[in-house]
Design a protein around this ligand. Structure first.
Ligand code: C2E
Ligand code: MG
Ligand code: MG
Length: 719
């Protein structure tokens, strides 16, 4: 008879309590309703009814008014007070109208008069059930709406974008929480204020019609970029404003209108979404910067330089102005890198860039275009003197040493200058001519500047003539080998001779190899010329060996083209066999760049010569571009320190001495002989001694001289 009521919140379940003192009646009613109602409890007395009502929740109570221990109306009053959402249907045999009225007043849902038709009862109960279901649906919907509103509010407020509305006058009426994260304002601080509060003043013009957009549809604002000011921007003074106080947003906005049957109604304001894209902008800026700058020094790179040069050229042309392009190349950077390490090398480049910047005006463009090469654009110069002045200023500024990681370093620069429009009217030509002028400066002792001249150009175009003349020089025996002694630093004894070619030109006089060897290399004439030198030098070596003189070595210079020649080894072996069959006493000088060109090919060939007793020297050491990796592949005997470093030796610790000491120490570690080239003074010689160099060569002892004079040195050595 007693049972558990259904759980309160079930959707379709209905729980019913039947209160009826007539047991048979009660049972038949229960049976009648079991098919329609999910859960039914029954009570025969008021007491039982109170007990069940206290323990359970019922959706519906079918109530008899006359009970042995109480009155149905009292139970109704109880229900109204304790379970107001419980419906009550009165089933009573009472025919008095008053009783019915009283029941309805007390909130009865319906009134059934006993005896009632089963249909009547079922319909009434069904009706209640339907109503209940409707009410529950309504409730659920209301709940969902409430939830979804919260959900939308959450979505709007957690959105990373600023979402706002403006009224028709452009004043904020709504802002989501994102405005605080993005701009530092609480939404409430901005409500009622004009939208222009947020816009950076220099952007006011462009943003004017977008932020408070009136248009809708396709013409509304989409992805419009605008700069907003953060709250701290407003607070900071003009001078200390930084980009941190600004935020770039991408804005989409549209007008809001009151719906109207006549089309667009009254303008209500603007709805907008602003997305913070500062981080993306920053990343874009970084990528663009990296594409156009050298990351080590932060200077523009070659492509940006060319771009600026192009623009400056257009401007100069239009206004009839003159401008200068300077090509700057650091002297001996490679050696700093190799002997002191890349960290020091990088540090030197950075410090150098910094110092160069200090010599320039705003508007000049300094660019690093490669390893130790810089280019400088002076877009407005009044005369060539201006460019010369800047070049002098740069060279003078480099007189002070750099202190990098505890090393005191000097950075010399060779500078070539080309003037627009005189020396070229397009980018490539100007750069090429500045480059040619730079090489000219390097040839003239480095750490200097030179203007491009048409003569330099001629010396380039004059090549053809030289080439022709060289072809005949071999036949006409205009070539001659000179010899320069290589001398022991300690004892001043001659240890060897270097064979250096000369050209006794009928009209130009004595031409030095620097003026024709490069042309001979390009034209291929180097092969017969070298072969001739090789034979002459080996012949001379044989003569000296066969006279009654102390043994010395003969150093012969090899050019890259010569080594590349397929018959190089055969020709060399042929000359050796003819004059110096065992190879001992013959030394070949190659430069690092020779090895760089074709390391593997050259190594194989040079090894064959080494196997025959020929020694190998690295010439002009420190000016090449290769790493020391060749030391592992080739049996190197000697390193010849380039004369430019010796030139820098002054007796004070400086670049030259740091480098020479470094090379000497390295050579000692590798058990290599060291020859210092280009020793011109006693001071340099003394200094070399302290640095641990064993052999030197240079004008101090003797210039290169002809065979006769060289023999004289051997017979009667200087002391
Ligand atoms: P290199 O092999 O480094 O020769 C040393 C150069 O330094 C020589 O120039 C010599 O005259 C110069 N020199 C020697 N002592 C001093 C000094 O105290 N001060 C100064 N300022 N210079 C000094 P040269 O004879 O004009 O030769 C230049 C270059 O031409 C040589 O440099 C070498 O690379 C190349 N060369 C010379 N002869 C031949 C050759 O027969 N074949 C090949 N392939 N190259 C050669
Ligand atoms: Mg040499
Ligand atoms: Mg040399």
């Amino acid at each position: 008879m007693f049972g558990n009521a259904a759980p309160k919140s079930s959707q379709t379940l209905i729980s019913l309590l039947i209160v009826e003192d007539e047991p048979r009646y009660l049972e038949s009613t229960r049976l009648l309703l079991t098919q329609h109602v999910q859960h039914i409890d029954t009570a025969l007395t008021a007491r039982q009814a109170y007990a069940l009502l206290a323990a359970n929740h019922y959706d519906l109570v079918l109530l008899d008014l006359r009970l042995p221990d109480g009155n149905g109306h009292e139970i109704m009053t109880h229900i109204r007070e304790h379970a107001p959402d419980c419906r009550v249907i009165i089933a009573s045999g009472d025919s008095e109208i008053d009783s019915a009225i009283q029941s309805l007043r007390l909130g009865a849902y319906d009134y059934l008069r006993k005896p009632y038709e089963p249909e009547e009862l079922i319909n009434t109960v069904r009706h209640v059930m339907r109503k209940l279901e409707l009410e529950r649906d309504n409730q659920r919907m209301a709940q969902q709406i409430e939830q979804s509103e919260q959900w939308h509010r959450l979505l709007v407020n957690t959105s990373p974008d600023i979402i706002y509305t403006l009224d028709a006058k452009g004043r904020f009426t709504y802002l989501n929480d994102s405005v605080e994260r993005t701009l530092g304002y609480m939404p409430g601080e901005l409500i009622g204020r004009d939208y222009t509060t947020l816009i950076a003043e220099e952007q006011l013009d462009v943003a004017l019609y977008h932020f408070n957009e009136r248009r809708t549809g396709d013409r509304a604002t989409r992805n419009f970029e605008v700069m907003l000011r953060r709250k701290d921007d407003l607070l900071s003074s003009l001078t200390e404003r930084t980009s941190e106080h600004r935020v770039v947003v991408e804005l989409s906005a549209m007008g809001m209108y009151r719906p109207s049957s006549l089309g667009m109604g009254e303008f209500l304001g603007t709805y907008g979404v602003a997305r913070d894209i500062s981080a993306r902008k920053q990343a874009e800026a970084t990528i663009t910067f990296q594409a156009y700058h050298d990351l080590l020094t932060g200077l523009p790179n070659r492509s940006l330089f060319k771009d600026r040069l192009g623009q400056a050229m257009v401007h100069a042309k239009r206004h009839g102005q003159t401008m200068a392009t300077l090509f700057l190349d650091m002297d001996h950077f490679k050696v700093v890198n190799d002997t002191l390490g890349h960290l020091v090398g990088d540090g030197l480049l950075q410090a150098l860039a910094q110092r160069l910047r200090g010599c320039l005006r705003e508007g000049d463009t300094l660019s690093r275009i490669g390893g130790d090469e810089f280019m400088l654009l002076l877009p407005h110069i009044r005369s060539r003197d201006n460019a010369a002045y800047i070049a002098q200023k740069i060279i003078a500024s480099l007189k002070r040493p750099f202190n990098i990681e505890g090393h005191e370093l000097f950075a010399g620069m060779s500078i070539g200058i080309a003037i627009y429009p005189d020396d070229g009217d397009n980018i490539e030509t100007l750069i090429k001519h500045a480059d040619i002028a730079m090489y000219h400066a390097k040839d003239h002792g480095r750490n200097d500047y030179k203007f491009f001249t048409q003569d330099l150009h001629k010396s380039f175009t004059g090549r053809l003539a030289i080439e022709n003349e060289m072809r005949h020089a071999l036949d006409k025996t205009e070539f001659e080998v000179f010899y320069q002694p290589q001398v022991a630093v300690e004892s001043q004894r001659i240890r060897g001779m270097e064979a250096l070619i000369r050209w006794n030109h009928p009209t130009r006089g004595m031409v030095t190899p620097n003026d024709f060897i490069p042309i001979a290399e390009e034209s291929g004439l180097i092969t017969p010329i070298s072969e001739w030198v090789l034979n002459a030098a080996c012949h001379q070596a044989m003569l000296w060996r066969d006279s009654d003189l102390p043994p010395i070595s003969m150093a012969i210079n090899l050019s890259p083209r010569q080594i590349e020649h397929p018959q190089f080894v055969d020709k060399f072996v042929h000359a050796l066999h003819k004059f110096m069959p065992d190879g001992h006493g013959i030394e070949i000088e190659i430069t690092e760049s020779t090895l760089m060109r074709d390391m593997d090919g050259a190594v194989g060939k040079l090894r064959k010569l080494a196997d025959m007793g020929v020694e190998i020297s690295i010439d002009d050491f420190g000016t090449g571009y290769s790493s020391l990796s060749y030391l592992k592949k080739l049996p190197i005997n000697t390193i010849k320190i380039d004369r430019s470093f010796i030139h820098d030796l002054t007796g004070h610790m400086n670049n030259g001495s740091t480098i020479v000491a470094g090379i000497a120490a390295m050579a000692k570690g590798l058990k290599l002989k060291v020859v210092a080239e280009g020793v011109e003074t006693r001071e340099q010689l003394d200094y070399l001694q302290t640095l641990g160099c064993d052999t030197y060569q240079g004008f101090y002892y003797s210039r290169p001289v002809n065979a006769e004079a060289a023999t004289e040195f051997l017979v009667n050595p200087k002391v």
